[in-house]
Design a protein around this ligand. Structure first.
Ligand SMILES: [Zn+2]
Length: 127
């Protein structure tokens, strides 16, 4: 039996790429793939919805990745006005737009799992 944890604890574990429910490590098979079950507590990481469970994670990834990828250049333009280094800002913006969704990908999945567990506690069939 896994003791219940707060939403903040679940999100903290997710940011460390650990199981949001138990805090166990090893839930990633690779940077782009998760295990089917948490090796520590046995939680089904797709939570019984198979193909469409991760749509929320894709939304997290898109929104957070693109907000950062656009926010950094915008803040940089404002802070460096009136002599903005336009070429450098454009290059950084393009690199961020391409790289951030890849870098943030596993975090979006663990954060989505933490979000889902916070609002929809473990149910029969999740293990
Ligand atoms: Zn676990």
């Amino acid at each position: 039996m896994i003791p219940p944890s707060s939403a903040a604890t679940k999100f903290k574990r997710a940011l460390l790429l650990r199981c949001p429910r138990c805090g166990g490590s090893g839930i990633l098979r690779s940077w782009l793939k998760m295990q089917d079950y948490c090796p520590t507590c046995g939680l089904a990481l797709e939570r019984g919805e198979s193909s469409d469970f991760w749509i929320g994670a894709y939304v997290f990834n898109l929104v957070i990745g693109e907000v950062v990828a656009l926010g950094v250049p915008i803040v940089w333009m404002i802070v460096s006005a009136p002599h903005q280094p336009w070429t450098l800002i454009e290059i950084v913006a393009i690199v961020l737009c391409v790289a951030l969704p890849f870098v943030f990908y596993p975090f979006s999945r663990t954060l989505w799992l933490a979000w889902d567990l916070s609002f929809r506690p473990t149910e029969p069939g999740d293990e």
